[in-house]
Design a protein around this ligand. Structure first.
Ligand code: BES
Ligand code: MN
Ligand code: MN
Length: 460
């Protein structure tokens, strides 16, 4: 097993306090991409990222898009023939609500029990920033980087990366690279570095059901007019069968079987269903019959309600027949399901099952393709060595139920393999109150990335 080079390790140790201070500056910016009232903050985070890349020694540009800016940092000073590594991350964050459930305010970063609490600490500012600091360490200590580097930081990941795909297409020549490295996921367990083998894709919809032109007295009209809330409930109830399978015709047609050796490997991971259940607080686990929990999460597609709205939901009772009902519904996809095809199937299904007497409309909100890694070649060998050097043990291969919409585009448009090595941890509360990142993983993450860069450089 190789060690973290002394000079880089010393630099990161000597600068620990300043690096932490800078990270806290970034975490204090409420760059909530979903909220237009935070547009100025989101832009400020982009500018902050660009400045931080410049301070590390890269050339940085803030590119305008129709949405939030894309920040690109660039270093082209590696020895001739060196590979180019593209680091991707996102500087936008999820909304912090409900605020009253945070122990310390979401945009006042606070360390407690070895954890950095703040919205975006682990998803993804902390993980993006540790890459910048690993680059800084190389440049500060050795005056150069062992590889050419592109850093691509986007501000729309949490809202579906709508403008990033087109941005990558438009800049495919200047973004050309030999490998893509992303830290925007979690390790399987504390002390267990992990390389992701898959991400699920996403197809996100809104279903609106319109009944009468306005809310009606439920006594004067109830029983004589179709209730849109009931109609929506009926539509949603057709989406699964009794085995927990998605019952939208054609839904599984393009699901590719998981390689046996990957499923085998999955079974060797230290996983306790009861611990997982307890973590969720749910009375029992559910899902598709015939699959283990990890298989359900990583290898099987889903169709879920994310939100429901209709009628009177305030205090007490109100006898009203609502005019409309709405559901947010999203499907997590696995290879080779295609978000556009799933949209077609879901539309056709809703049209078929919608009760007479209401108008049901489906609006597609966003989508992203599923992804599965090859996990072979020099990039993954280097990752294994780098993670072992920083964490003292070889990484495990894991899957993931979440989505990073742009990953498929990187592979397709840039033709480069993608390495996902994340430094989050189970229970990190991403997207929830009290999001945190482990201080230890932040420190080891910087070192792992520093070694990875070296391992990807030319030998000798
Ligand atoms: N970092 C996550 C993706 C992720 C989730 C990785 C869980 C590992 C574990 C990313 O920021 C995210 O939240 N993605 C969204 C996608 C979206 C909003 C289009 C997701 O998965 O819901
Ligand atoms: Mn993320
Ligand atoms: Mn996220």
């Amino acid at each position: 097993m190789i060690a973290v080079p002394r000079d880089l390790d010393d630099y990161l140790t000597a600068n620990e306090e300043r690096i932490r201070r800078e990270l806290f500056e970034l975490l204090a910016i409420p760059s909530v991409s979903a909220r237009s009232e935070h547009d100025a903050d989101t832009r400020r985070a982009a500018e902050w990222m660009a400045d931080s890349l410049r301070a590390a020694g890269l050339v940085a540009t803030v590119h305008e898009t129709k949405g939030h800016p894309v920040v690109v940092g660039e270093y082209r000073g590696a020895p001739a023939g060196s590979p180019t590594v593209l680091v991707y991350g996102h500087y936008d964050v999820q909304p912090a609500e409900p605020l009253d459930l945070w122990t310390s305010p979401p945009f006042v970063p606070t360390v407690r029990d070895g954890r950095i609490y703040a919205r975006g600490s682990v998803d993804d500012k902390g993980q993006l920033f540790l890459h910048v600091k690993a680059l800084e360490a190389h440049l500060a200590v050795r005056g150069r980087l062992p590889v050419n580097v592109l850093v691509l930081a986007e501000g729309e990941e949490e809202v579906g990366s709508e403008h990033l795909g087109p941005f990558i297409e438009a800049h495919r020549d200047s973004l050309r690279c030999d490998a893509v490295v992303i830290s925007d996921s979690a390790m399987f367990a504390p002390g267990l570095p992990s390389v992701l083998s898959s991400l699920r894709g996403l197809a996100y919809f809104q279903i609106d059901v319109q009944g009468p032109a306005q809310d009606l007295h439920s006594g004067s009209y109830g029983g004589g007019v179709v209730n849109p809330a009931m109609a929506l409930a009926r539509i949603l109830a057709t989406m699964h069968d009794a085995e927990g399978r998605v019952a939208i015709p054609g839904f599984y047609d393009s699901v590719r079987e998981w390689p046996a050796h990957v499923r085998e490997q999955m079974r060797t991971l230290p996983f306790e269903e009861e611990t997982f259940r307890a973590e969720t607080g749910a009375p029992m686990l559910g899902g598709e019959r015939g699959y283990s929990v990890l298989e359900r999460l990583w290898t099987r597609p889903t169709c879920e309600v994310n939100g429901l709205l209709s009628g009177y939901t305030g205090e007490g009772a109100k006898t009203v027949l609502p005019a409309k009902a709405m559901a947010k519904v999203s499907c997590r996809l696995v290879p080779d399901q295609d978000p556009a095809e799933i949209e077609r199937l879901l539309r056709a299904h809703v049209e078929r099952v919608a009760p007479a007497g209401v108008r049901a409309t489906v609006t597609a909100l966003h989508g992203g393709r599923p992804w599965r890694a090859e996990l072979e070649g020099p990039l993954f060998d280097a990752a294994r060595r780098a993670l072992a050097a920083a964490f003292g043990r070889e990484p495990v291969i894991t899957g993931e139920g979440g989505s990073i919409p742009v990953v498929g585009d990187f592979e397709r448009v840039l033709g480069a393999p993608v390495l996902l090595m994340g430094f989050g941890l189970p229970g990190e509360n991403a997207h929830a109150p009290d999001e945190w990142m482990s201080v230890e993983n932040f420190e080891k993450g910087m070192r792992a990335v520093a070694v990875l860069l070296e391992e990807l450089g030319l030998r000798g």
